[in-house]
Design a binder for this molecule. Sequence first.
Ligand SMILES: [Zn+2]
Length: 224
Amino acid sequence: MTADRVHRARSASPQPPVAFDVPYITRWSGEADGSMPMTYRRRGTGVAYTDERSFDRDEHGVLWARMPSQPGRGRPEYGSVHLLRQRLAMSGLRCQICGGPADRSAEGVLWLLDADPDDPTLWNGQERTAHPPVCMPCAVRSTSACPHLRRSFTVLRVRAFSPYGVRGALYGPTTGPPQAIDAVTLPFGDLRMPWMCAGQLIMRLTEFSVVDLESGSASLEGSR
Ligand SMILES: [Zn+2]
């Protein structure tokens, strides 16, 4: 489920979009990239900021892109994700749409993926997503706003999940200042991680059931 799809789904309704309807993780045009003066770590073992502070890295030692959070400034850029709010929503299990607590029941945390429930790759135990979870009202509104989109959504109750890694810019050693050479997803522990400037947190979903939102329960057929 992406922020722009939520917007498109809502755009089909007669109500004009209003500011508080903008998904929590959507980036606004007034939210500029933070200053990220890049340098090499000592002995060329990776990249760092020249003015790096302790909060620029997470508990894994991963360097994160700087992006001050100023929602409401400018206009919403549907389809663009605000990196810090994506990370906060994912790590804190907040709803990607309203920013409130994601729905949690005995069957697990509610997740809305833009995947076909019949897609066999969903069931190989390696589902990885950059989309944070959702709360029940936002899930219902998103999936009911545009009936033809319903079939491309898969609603999951996720019983087991864990941070997988990060998506971001991979830097390489060059003769000049550090330059980003690729946009990649790396798992935590990857030897290239010291060369990453992370943008989004990727979650691995390992135990989940497909949920029928209309009945509110997990379908046994879809359980894994
Ligand atoms: Zn919500």
